[in-house]
Design a protein around this ligand. Structure first.
Ligand SMILES: N[C@@H](CCC(=O)N[C@@H](CS)C(=O)NCC(=O)O)C(=O)O
Length: 209
């Protein structure tokens, strides 16, 4: 499996899933510079994924899979022993998809993607940070009251995606500590060896950029 990623982008959730599944050393990681849509050798990333986005996964049979929610569930289902997703067809699986969608469309795209978009006007960034983020992160915090994980009683790929948005809060001017549940959840998640390794690996790549 080949993962096209950018350091500390949403593709880190897939790296976390691979590490949590014990597949970190089997997968190949290809760094994409999103500002130029190029790979490390200067080649055109659009030639691989016309969407120009990460995560992009090249499966062992050569097929390409894109969209974080699909990529994460693929990694989970390819490694069933790691229990990174509830079984297909169960209510818990729909809960997982509910969270992947909420994190992807609300927290990631409506908040973080706007704040980090260099071309977004300041008004849009302020609105995302000051008006949208509080409501959306409050919903996440409420859901975590009395729970250790977003879905069921174990770590899933929804938690991996949540780690991405909660990590990026710190760089987006969103004060996570106003939601103690989120702070405590983040501390628990980032203490997991797979999560800690992914964060460390990608932070190291960031500092080299
Ligand atoms: N719809 C995609 C969005 C992924 C996405 O926004 N990736 C960002 C990095 S966090 C990206 O590649 N941005 C570059 C771009 O959109 O051109 C998904 O859910 O995976």
């Amino acid at each position: 499996m080949d993962l096209y990623f950018s350091p500390m982008a949403c593709s880190i959730a897939t790296r976390i899933a691979l590490y949590e599944a014990g597949k970190g050393d089997e997968a190949s990681f290809h760094q994409v510079t999103l500002s130029t849509k190029t790979l490390a050798d200067g080649s055109d990333f659009y030639a691989i994924n016309p969407k120009g986005q990460v995560p992009t996964l090249r499966l062992d049979d050569g097929q390409l899979l894109t969209e974080g929610a699909a990529v994460l569930q693929y990694v989970a289902d390819a490694n069933p022993a790691s229990r990174l997703a509830p079984a297909n067809g169960t209510m818990e699986r729909y809960r997982l998809q509910e969270w992947l969608n909420f994190i992807g469309t609300e927290l990631h795209k409506q908040v973080l993607a706007v704040i980090f978009n260099p071309r977004a006007p300041k008004e849009a960034k302020d609105f995302a940070r000051d008006a949208v983020a509080p409501v959306k992160f409050e919903a996440l915090a409420k859901a975590l009251e009395g729970r250790d994980y977003l879905v069921g009683d174990g770590f899933t790929v929804a938690d991996a995606y949540a780690v991405f948005v909660l990590t990026l809060c710190g760089f987006a001017g969103i004060d996570r500590s106003r939601w103690p549940e989120l702070d405590a959840y983040y501390a628990r998640m980032s203490a997991r060896p797979g999560v800690a390794r992914a964060l460390k690996d990608e932070m190291a790549l960031m500092s080299r950029n």
